[in-house]
Design a protein around this ligand. Sequence first.
Ligand code: SAM
Length: 239
Amino acid sequence: MTTLYYLPKAHISGNLASLPQEEAHHAVSVVRHKAGDMVYAVDGEGGWYQIRLSRVGKRVAEGEILDTQVEYGEPTYKLTVGLAVLKNQKRFDLFVEKAAELGVSRIVPLITSRTEKKKLKEERVRKILRAAMKQCGRSRLIELSEVCLLNTFLNDVSDSLLLCCHEREKAESALYRRLEDYSGEREATVIVGPEGGFTDEEIEQVQSVGFKLTSLGTRRLRAETAAIAVSTGVMLHWS
Ligand code: SAM
């Protein structure tokens, strides 16, 4: 797959594209593009661009847009994943990278009763999201919501397939069953608990607003593994 550069819309004027400094540096000093070369970029909002470079410098790469596409590499469904903030951010970061590859549209870092850490290094997550978008060949950045209390999140869920990953659920609630039984719009919201799991009260609460519990098998998965597994299941079912 060809290298994709990140080209925010603010760097486009008419049919002239100017890569941000960091991207230009990579294109010119690392990949060694020259004037006249064709490069490809995505804007993080669904746009893809074919650009012929006309001016290159140490931190400059500009050119004319020759072709564009919309929703390049994007899935035809919408998937929001609410994952509890994890003690070790590296584990949350792992999910973030995989989420981009698996077609997740939005990530909501959740605070639940058993969440031990309440903060996320947001800029670090955004950097991973940009790199992963380019690496896997999609054109939309995952929307990263602010860290949010589970209660607040539950007040605002849309009318879609609502799933709560819960390791104590029975075989009837296997993810594939939940997906097969659902025939609405291709839009899902799934939530995954922290290292200590959801409390019984939280499980009651999420069910009261319409979430169905779903099992990912008999083994207890780490939270980030559960988030990756459920995103994979949805992707395979709806792709
Ligand atoms: N110590 C917790 C317990 O035994 O209740 C385990 C929590 S688990 C490490 C973290 C989260 O991953 C859970 O809250 C759940 O959302 C999800 N999870 C882990 N294994 C799962 C499974 N087999 N099926 C569904 N969800 C699972």
